[in-house]
Design a protein around this ligand. Structure first.
Ligand code: HEC
Length: 461
């Protein structure tokens, strides 16, 4: 309410966060949390066996991780905070209040991680590392711990957003961190990262060992075993996570897994997810049984499937939390549920510092409605773009003939029919203005479209 509204009216705010965050999670889990212990393990194999080829493979895999994590990984990491702060500053503000020291700690852990990976990678072929091979390996182990820690801190915040647990009655830093979803999420994400890092490394091994079929066989077998070893823990973690998801969120699952239009495809989709897990296990089993007969191209398949699974998992997690951004405290529109009576009484626009419209009059209904759309809907909808509200409304029965009163009635009950949406905030006149705006969008789709307002400065009302 006391922040300007940032709105990308074609791409959508939701998609902006999703693209950046998913890319970041993929890099973090596969190329840092999971990959660093694997690289250290391969280095250790080289040390133990005296076979230089292990050492070379480990270094080459680390090279890829090093480049990607310190560039795209770091950029998307900052990008998450930038995009979420732009789209929902109120939510980030609340989370900073609760997790203040976690943010601080995260920064120090992250800096340490970057410094360690710089030293671990850049010192690999130095005379020092050749003389102190165990110390160099120790650096890898330390880096693995710090990579895991960066994830372990953030997961606390993600869990808290889904279920604040006893924090509401016993507010405090540790009750927030140890929310009901924290440990289950860690129990899932840790082995998930280890398994998927193996799949990523399998793909790279196919690439890096082209000239040496014998060693490729050995390496593929070893890394396949690595992924298979952590698979039971991953499945167990997934199960414990599933058990911890609050009951009320499960109603969102069909839409989260598909979309409103495709909920009929739920069963085929479940089968596809299951099949993708089985396919990954099958390729790894092949990698153990007959690694030399496994074509390098097949090694790409588990990696691609894992990318899909991980991205999909993040979408579902983000979706089922709706309509809240912080469980039972703040809606995704950045408004606190407990403030709704105040908005009803005094008006949402009146209290919105940056809204150029303060009060609905007979002459400003369209502008007021547009501000209402920006405040109440734009975190999840565009007007005509991704998840566009015009297109969504058009799927409603008889929409073309809906008059103002019908739309107004719909807006009052929308959240009951679709519990992933928050109730429309504000007073009757403001809701009426929103209905007018939606009618205008329908009747003049090209002309009045823009949900961007020019109210960058606080209005004096
Ligand atoms: C928390 C995010 C969120 C907010 C805020 C939100 N919506 Fe939605 N809305 C969704 C999602 C997600 C869908 C379903 C998209 C899909 O799967 O097709 C949806 C669907 C809809 C539909 C179609 C419903 C149906 O039964 O087919 C309408 C209409 C709609 N939204 C209008 C609005 C309006 C108007 C606002 C603002 C007052 C709003 N929404 C606010 C997330 C949101």
């Amino acid at each position: 309410m006391d922040f300007p509204v940032f709105h990308l009216d074609f791409f959508g705010n939701r998609l902006l966060i999703a693209v950046i965050a998913t890319l970041h999670v993929l890099i973090n889990h596969m190329l840092a949390v999971g990959a660093i212990p694997l690289v250290a393990f391969l280095e250790w194999l080289g040390l133990r066996s005296g076979d230089q080829r292990w050492d070379d493979l480990a270094r080459r895999i680390l090279f890829v991780c090093f480049i990607v994590t310190t560039s795209l990984g770091a950029l998307t990491g900052v990008g998450i905070w930038l995009s979420t702060s732009l789209v929902n500053p109120a939510a980030i503000g609340s989370l900073i209040r609760v997790f203040f020291w976690a943010w601080f700690f995260e920064w120090t852990v992250f800096v340490t991680e970057v410094v360690l990976i710089l030293i671990y990678f850049l010192s690999w072929r130095t005379a020092w590392a050749r003389r102190h091979r165990r110390a160099h390996l120790g650096l890898g182990v330390l880096l693995a711990v710090f990579s895991w820690l960066t994830m372990a801190v953030i997961v606390a915040i993600l869990g808290f957003q889904m279920d604040t647990g006893v924090w509401t009655v016993q507010p405090g830093f540790w009750t927030a961190v140890l929310n009901p979803l924290y440990l289950p999420q860690l129990a899932f994400r840790t082995p998930f990262a280890l398994v998927t890092a193996g799949l990523f490394a399998l793909m790279l091994t196919g690439l890096f060992t082209r000239g040496d079929r014998e060693f490729r066989g050995t390496a593929v077998r070893t890394i396949s075993i690595w992924s298979l070893v952590f698979t039971p823990a991953m499945l167990l973690g997934a199960w414990s996570y599933w058990q911890a998801i609050p009951e009320r969120m499960l109603a969102n699952l069909p839409t989260a897994l598909t979309t409103l239009t495709f909920t009929d495809f739920l069963e085929p989709l479940r089968l596809a997810i299951l099949a993708s897990v089985v396919a990954v296990i099958a390729v790894c089993a092949w990698g153990v049984a007959a690694p030399r007969r496994l074509p390098a191209l097949v090694l790409v398949v588990p990696f691609l499937l894992a990318v899909w699974q991980l991205s999909y998992f993040e979408r579902v997690r983000e979706f089922i939390r709706k309509p809240d951004v912080v469980a039972e405290y703040m809606y995704s529109n950045g408004l606190r549920a407990s403030d709704y009576p105040l908005y009803r009484e005094q008006g949402l626009l009146t209290l919105a510092t940056y809204s150029p419209v303060g009060e609905v009059t007979e002459f400003n209904r369209h502008e007021a409605g547009r501000e209402m759309f920006r405040l109440a809907c734009s975190r999840c909808h565009t007007t005509h773009g991704v998840n566009g509200v015009v297109e969504k409304l058009a799927t409603m029965y008889g929409w073309q003939d809906w008059d103002h009163a019908t739309i107004d009635t719909y807006l009052q009950s929308m959240h009951n029919a679709r519990p992933f949406m928050p109730p429309v905030p504000g007073n009757d006149a403001e809701r009426g203005a929103l209905a007018t705006y939606l009618i205008d969008l329908r009747d003049d789709p090209a002309g009045l479209a823009g949900a961007q307002s020019h109210g960058a400065m606080p209005a004096s009302h």
